[in-house]
Design a protein around this ligand. Sequence first.
Ligand code: PGA
Length: 250
Amino acid sequence: MTRELRFAANWKLHLGPVEARTYMQTFRARYRRHEHRDVWFFPPAVSLEAAAQAVRERDDLWVGAQDIYWEPKGAFTGAVSAPLAAEAGAKATLVGHSERRHIFGETDDDTRKKVAAALAAGLAPVLCVGETLAERESGHTQAVVNRQLAGALGGMDGAKLAQVTIAYEPVWAIGTGRNATPQDAAAIHREIRAWLAARGVARARVLYGGSVSLKNIAALLAEPELDGVLVGGASLDPATWAELVQTGAT
Ligand code: PGA
């Protein structure tokens, strides 16, 4: 079966609407469509519409939200709902990114409600899971990842589960310049796949994230367990990102 690769760019708190437009122009000039790869962009909420407009006739390029609130509307000052993100042009959303969990106090139960809200609004959820350094060093990586999977996805039927992309992002690797080795990532990816397979998902999509760069992308993608990557820092420059997403393309 042909390998499908997904490259996801998490811009975090960078690139407003004006910069987002310029970024997309540069990116599109440097990246022509490649079969069997898609590229997803997660701009800040205020740049969703500008970014989505800039790629609207390219179905290999998707724009998504970095976070959504689970209620569709109401008195929730500061929140963005899944239907509103969709209206602005989002086709996907991150859920449970480690910065949401660790800085903003998001719980496993919150991630469950967000995944459900995303699916209900037709957004493809990208559920982020991963352990802290202390959890890894005390041998709890798998238990933490399984708890996060069960917290967000437990009880969901196989057809819905199959629509969820998982991003394995060890917290100690995010923004630190210290990536997991391809072998370490692969071991966790196998466990994630097994967790999903036990619930009826035959072909799960599992991305790796954490200090992915031009220096390590080829080695990471050489590991067949990786279905792609979720990238923060190295996605902020459109020329670098265009080069990164063409790694290994013929
Ligand atoms: P990084 O971030 O590539 O800058 O480590 C990854 C992420 O947080 O998704």
